[in-house]
Design a protein around this ligand. Structure first.
Ligand code: SF4
Length: 229
């Protein structure tokens, strides 16, 4: 077999996870550099794990363009998670489209309806999911490990110990494409109204919900998501 790993450790984690969980594992891709490294390894090594992205409806135009580019370049089938239309309509009717600037509670409501709930619905029928988070990104992420099991659901974070330098090196050495937003000063890829470029001395996720002082998490990685029953 002609193996083309990219990163060998990453390959081993993805391959063994797929062999163990079969069709009950998915990869959630935000098209960040980290997620592109995982997507590249899955595609380069023909590891059959379904790839999902959350289309909140509020992503940057650059991100939508990049998604199109990646689909064509890797010839990958991308699955989309979208908000429940009834919940979205109620939220908009009650709060308007820019509710996230009004309070932390309303911001979390928007993240819940547009991101957490669609993912939770998908994972209810699965046993495992893969995420590209790294421990240096936020204080909350420092406590995460390579494998976590919660409510019967295994979360696999194959890049959890990777440094910024390693991410950049792998992106460059393998010629993995990157979202244009990185060249505009972004270090985290999120929704258009809630993400800005970061300044010198700021952390990777300080551009997320920059008007708030608290957590830089939307809830996907900190909610109690459940797996197969
Ligand atoms: S990041 Fe902003 S627009 Fe996106 S789901 Fe959260 S609050 Fe809504």
């Amino acid at each position: 077999m002609n193996r083309v790993y990219g990163d060998e450790t990453l390959f081993e984690v993805l391959k063994t996870s797929q062999m163990y969980f079969g069709n009950d594992i998915v990869f959630l891709c935000s098209f960040s550099n980290e997620d592109m490294i995982i997507l590249d390894s899955l595609c380069r090594n023909h590891i059959p794990i379904d790839i999902y992205t959350i289309d909140t409806g509020r992503l940057n135009p650059e991100t939508y363009e990049f998604i199109d580019e990646v689909i064509k370049r890797y010839e990958v089938k991308l699955n989309y998670l979208v908000p429940d239309s009834g919940s979205l309509q109620s939220m908009l009717l009650e709060n308007g489209p820019q509710l996230f600037y009004e309070s932390v509670e309303k911001r979390k409501l928007c993240c819940k309806i547009r991101k957490v709930d669609p993912l939770s619905k998908l994972l209810t029928g699965k046993r495992a999911w893969i995420s590209g988070i790294r421990s240096t990104q936020t204080s909350e992420r420092q406590k995460f490990k390579l494998y976590e099991v919660n409510n019967g659901l295994t979360k696999i974070n194959p890049l959890i110990d990777w440094t910024d330098e390693k991410v950049k090196k792998v992106i460059q050495s393998l010629g993995i494409p990157a979202n244009k937003l990185y060249r505009k000063g972004y270090r985290s890829i999120g929704c258009y109204p809630c993400t800005r470029p970061v300044f010198e001395g700021e952390g990777d996720r300080d551009g997320r919900w920059w008007w708030e002082n608290g957590s830089k998490e939307c809830g996907i990685h900190t909610s109690n998501l459940g797996g197969s029953n």
